[in-house]
Design a protein around this ligand. Sequence first.
Ligand SMILES: [Zn+2]
Ligand SMILES: [Zn+2]
Length: 473
Amino acid sequence: MAPSGCAVCGIDTNLVCKNCKSAGYCSSTCQAKDLALHQLLCGKLQPFLEANPRPENNYTTTHKLALLFDKNENSPEFIWIETKITMSDDGTYNLTCDLSEWLGYDGDADGGSGDGEAFIHARHDKKIQVWKASGAIAQNPGIFTLTEGGWDFGMVDDAYPDRLRGTIIGMGVESLKDDTRVTKYRDVTLDDLRVALSCFLEDSYMFDVHKSHEDGYNPYVILDQPEWFKAVKINNREEYFSKTNPFQEVMLNRNMRQWHSDKSAISELMGITLLVRKFPLYRDTFKDRINPEAISLLLNVNTSEDNEFWGRVPFPKYDSGKDPTFLVFRKDKQEITKQQVEALSSYCQVVLCQVLEEPEEWSWEKEDQEAVLDVYCSAEKFEEYFETFKLEKVAEGDETWVDASPPSGMRAAGIAEEDPEPGAKRRRVTSPPADDEDEVSEDENSEDETSEERHRRFLAYANWKVNLALGRG
Ligand SMILES: [Zn+2]
Ligand SMILES: [Zn+2]
């Protein structure tokens, strides 16, 4: 019954929990990560075995120690389950277990059917067979607590995945590699509690850190494993919890199934590609308000000549008054913080919306658009903005901004790389707007305006608009 392998990371170890001797740990670090979950059962094991010795077995039945997540209880318990070897008519042997006492229909509509549904879940070579009552609809309070904050592909509403309802039993099993048939039932160890939690979270592609538990973190889930990375959720401001600041950090599962997202072309030009997706998946939660913080990241910067949506969000897909909550994450699955997304979103709304807007009196050419993008969709301009934005936030007393820095991996302005000398000058154009406009009308009539002059004119215009927007005009 002694476990093999660390309950958290799976590497071989001979060290076990001193108290229950039923969970293996390679180090005090792994033990600490497992502590909150482990403590739910560590102190219960010996008293249970003393009060409930293994029932008498005969040659066809054996009782195995199992985990019970009762739909009426807040925390897991141990139970003995009778397992049986039966012979079919065709002479083959079957392993069965009798769960009717636990999963049976009890006259309560929430009880489900006693038939039960089983699935096998593996983690670090440990396998458990998880049983639930068919058709159970009651929320299981213990499992809800363990998984709180997780968002599951199987959710029927925003509260609880369907497959985790009703009473659930976890049996320790062995099976052949890549085979789901049980070859042997075994007693569970406390390592299996971590296997069970990983099963409950199997379809959780997102973990809402903010929502779970009082101190902000669900203590049972280990989110720093390599499979989780930091992303940002931008709530629609209509949602009650996001009136003040719609930006929230969440953890995404690196192994999540691929889903459709839109690419933020702006961020791509800056050298880090952000993916933006409507959220949640299967819920019709369209609010009759737009979510400008999120969709501003999707400004259209496609410079193809026939692009009539230049500088705007792709209407009617977005900005049609029905934009809910969004997830924003880095395509390279590096972490991104809420400060970084908030500053970029603000940059898009305050600066880019201004500079990408075509002046009525001029017509843009592809080269003009590209020249403006080269300057404004760059790390240089954004980082400058980030510093100002950060100072404002810190001045407002928001301490989360004190150590904030722009995302890693952004690239410097494209022009400067390809054409350092004139590019550097272009970005310094700061003519007063009035003079600028005069020059503009002269230049318009001039036949021999070079593309260099033209770019300077567009950038001066862009600069003027940005200064105006930033209140420096
Ligand atoms: Zn370990
Ligand atoms: Zn223990």
